[in-house]
Design a protein around this ligand. Structure first.
Ligand code: NAG
Ligand code: NAG
Ligand code: NAG
Length: 355
């Protein structure tokens, strides 16, 4: 550990004590992982709010009782976080701590790619220190090339090599939108998912694809792919609907896509893993409806809408929808950030983490 890491850990420990009060403790062994205070019913599993990973690498046997049951997880999960900037380990730690403790996140969903050697080890370290689970990503990019194959092999190898990776990696995604972008035919993408599942089975890491409803629909439903997925990681971006107007009117648009996944998903756990409404348009963010409004008010209203429908989303098959906010900062994708590009919050953001 360098001094920054030690300091962060100390700050985190103090935060943790404040959050939980005097009756709580850090789990030191598997047997004290059960919170008996009654105040934090989820705090005995990773990455429940209030649960902090131990300061050592647990034995593999801990994996059996490590993860919170996905069927118990719903509401706000955390942020999409783009890594194309190849953030330093210090920046990752700083921002993951912010994601965890400022916003009560349980997960971070990676977006984009950093090809720096050892980058996923830095993600693991930052996630471990902050107590966040990770939705890792094999990034295809937008160039229809085969760079993703090397990224796949590097990430799979890192998941095996880093002894903590399996304790923080909740799912491996292929993305983003490989069907919509046409990077691979359905049968080849399905074969990739099956291959990755086999590769990661000894680590207990599930595999998914990060995709729009339309990506499946335009390929005849791609049922064989849906059937191969361990969870369904949905892109919910109603701003792009041909029916879009203001975010306050977008619930029927959300339901339209969600109902399609409910009908074809065979009861699997579902996430809105790329999910939001932009505050500005840009060359890559253009509406398909003349009435679609992009501004900070509507970006905020969309998350309030999801929060107001917390009970409806919780009632969805598979234990309810867990949703991510796309994205942490405008520096990562213009207009979608919760922070603007000078690091100021664009609106107050404290969505419910359960209901
Ligand atoms: C998983 O894939 C990686 C990268 O291709 C490879 O190095 C490793 O041997 C594979 N492990 C298993 C168990 O298949
Ligand atoms: C959306 O609804 C909220 C709550 O009723 C309201 O405060 C907000 O002004 C509405 N947004 C727009 C753009 O009308
Ligand atoms: C970010 O928000 C702050 C505070 O509202 C504002 O002063 C600043 O101009 C904003 N920056 C950008 C780039 O919009």
């Amino acid at each position: 550990m360098n001094s920054f890491t030690i300091l962060s850990t100390l700050i985190l420990f103090l935060l943790h004590r404040n959050v939980l009060g005097a009756s709580s403790h850090r789990p030191e062994t598997a047997s004290v992982n059960v919170d008996v205070s009654g105040h934090h019913p989820g705090a005995h599993c990773f990455p429940a709010l209030g649960f902090q990973p131990p300061p050592f690498t647990p034995p593999d046997s801990w994996l059996d009782n490590w993860w919170c049951d996905a069927a118990d997880e719903h509401a706000f999960m955390g942020f999409s976080y783009e890594v194309t900037a190849c953030q330093s380990q210090e920046q990752l730690i700083h921002e993951f701590l912010d994601i965890r403790f400022h916003f009560n996140s349980r997960y971070v969903r990676l977006y984009g790619a950093c090809d720096r050697e050892g980058f996923y080890d830095d993600i693991v370290e930052a996630a471990w220190i902050s107590g966040l689970g990770v939705h890792a990503l094999i990034w295809f990019g937008f160039n229809l090339d085969d760079v993703w194959i090397g990224r796949r092999d590097t990430l799979l190898a890192a998941l095996h090599a880093n002894p903590r990776a399996k304790f923080i990696t909740r799912v491996l995604q292929f993305g983003s939108e490989p069907l919509f972008d046409g990077v691979l035919p359905v049968d080849e993408l399905t074969a990739q998912v099956e291959m990755a599942k086999a590769n990661l089975s000894s680590l207990g890491i599930p595999v998914t694809v990060s995709e729009l409803a339309f990506g499946y629909q335009e390929r005849g439903g791609a049922q064989e792919l849906l059937d191969a997925l361990d969870s369904i990681n949905i892109h919910m971006l109603p701003f792009f609907s041909q029916e879009a107007s203001i975010a306050n009117n977008s619930w029927p648009l959300v339901l339209n896509d969600l109902d399609w996944f409910i009908d074809h998903g065979n009861g699997k756990k579902m996430y809105f893993d790329e999910n939001g409404w932009p505050s500005v348009t840009s060359p890559g963010v253009q509406p398909n409806s003349p009435d679609a409004v992009a501004d900070i008010q509507n970006e905020h209203d969309y998350y309030v809408l999801l929060d107001n429908h917390c009970e409806d989303l919780k009632a969805v098959v598979g234990g309810g929808i867990g949703w991510f906010a796309h994205i942490y900062s405008d520096n990562q994708e213009p207009g979608y950030g919760i922070y603007n590009s000078s690091g100021h919050l664009k609106f107050s953001f404290h969505p419910r983490t359960s209901c």
